[in-house]
Design a protein around this ligand. Structure first.
Ligand code: XIL
Length: 364
């Protein structure tokens, strides 16, 4: 089974290479080999989320990951909504298959996510007490983190805990967990994950913290305050994931991002870019110009992070414009396709890929 699949992928990889889809030296194998002139700087791992449908059906899609990625994440295979369609069911097929693919190709799989207000199955609306919420959260984290103990080395434990800005400030985002357990749901989630896999790196993951504007500044501040509070309570939190769903219409707040990352670093935490894509809804002009604008925004974002700290990983939310969540909420008015990701819809690398590749190799 495995060798047949390798043969299949090998053949198709060659076709991809002939079609010009392969950038030499950037495959998964290149990661360990990439060192600086001094021989000490490891290439920053690049990864992307995997959509289950093309993953199962398209060799070209899988080859793109083999060619460019050192890390993968199931896009929605670890969401409660997918994993637990009913209270007593756990559906691990998606995550298991992506992990097997990662193992086969010497990549690591990241875990996204254990606690999120979104993508919750309907039955969780019946959770009606703190005790019940704690029971379900405990069962979920023990079972999911336990299953992948030692194999998923980085977990984005809590996703998007910061609410939208109201009256100039951002509190915690409403969810079944906040409603039933209060802010201690965060402590609980991290402690449970740590117990289930003491060696795993545990992150908090957040969006809309990178652009110019008062609401972005307020969200950065709220996230920093939350991180400090968690650490002060002894919660096993090891890093911060900046999703990086960049709203292309706004500029990157270079100083805001750099000083935020400096603060995180000074707290002894790692910084990861977890879901980079550039929302190009408002970008006008020919494709070449729009692609340059997408690359430019990502450059500014990564450059601002690098000014303070070399991130532990750079990940995009999808790898090809053919499969991206961006049009779900950000369709273009002119009816043209969004182009938020490093490869185009024919798997050809775009300027955004060059930007990512540049930063992955960049010495501290
Ligand atoms: C999105 C997925 O891409 C979609 O397939 C799913 O239907 C909804 O969630 N921030 C996150 C991701 O942390 O989990 C979201 O992914 C995109 C926004």
């Amino acid at each position: 089974m495995i060798s047949r699949r390798n043969a299949l992928l090998g053949g198709a990889r060659l076709i991809g290479a002939l079609a010009g889809g392969i950038v030499p030296g950037l495959g998964a194998g290149a990661a360990s080999a990439a060192t600086s002139a001094a021989g000490t700087t490891r290439r920053i791992p690049y990864g992307a989320c995997v959509n289950f449908t093309p993953f199962l059906n398209e060799a070209e899609y899988r080859i793109a990951f083999e060619t460019y990625c050192q890390q993968v994440t199931p896009e929605y295979g670890l969401f409660w909504g997918y994993l637990r369609p009913t209270r007593n069911q756990f559906v691990f097929d998606y995550a298991d298959k992506v992990l097997a693919f990662a193992d086969l190709n010497e990549m690591t799989m990241r875990g996204h996510t254990l606690v999120w207000y979104g993508a919750m199955p309907d039955w969780t609306k019946q959770i009606g007490s703190a005790a019940e919420a704690e029971r379900e959260l405990t069962l979920h984290i023990e079972k999911v983190v336990g299953r992948y103990r030692g194999r998923i080395k980085t977990w984005q434990v809590v996703n998007e805990p910061i609410d939208d800005v109201k009256d100039g400030a951002a509190g915690l985002r409403p969810s079944i967990w906040l409603q039933q357990l209060g802010p201690k749901y965060l402590d609980m989630a991290f402690r449970l994950a740590h117990q289930a896999d003491p060696a795993a790196e545990l992150l908090i993951n957040e969006y809309d913290v990178e652009c110019v504007g008062a609401s972005y500044a307020a969200r950065r501040q709220a996230l920093l305050t939350l991180v400090r509070e968690l650490l002060a309570r002894g919660v096993p939190l090891h890093g911060v994931g900046l999703q990086g769903h960049i709203q292309g219409k706004y500029e990157i707040d270079d100083d805001g991002v750099s000083s935020f990352v400096s603060e995180i670093k000074s707290l002894g935490l790692s910084v990861h870019v977890t879901e980079l894509d550039v929302i190009d809804k408002e970008f006008a002009g020919p494709i070449t110009v729009r692609d340059a604008m997408v690359a430019g925004r990502a450059y500014d974002f990564l450059n601002a992070i690098f000014a303070a700290e070399r991130p532990s990983a750079i990940g995009t939310w999808g790898i090809t414009d053919r499969y991206t969540w961006v049009p779900t909420w950000n369709k273009r008015a002119d009816g043209l396709a969004n182009r938020p990701l490093p490869l185009d819809d024919h798997y050809r690398p775009k300027p955004l890929w060059s930007v990512i590749d540049y930063f992955c190799q960049k010495a501290p």
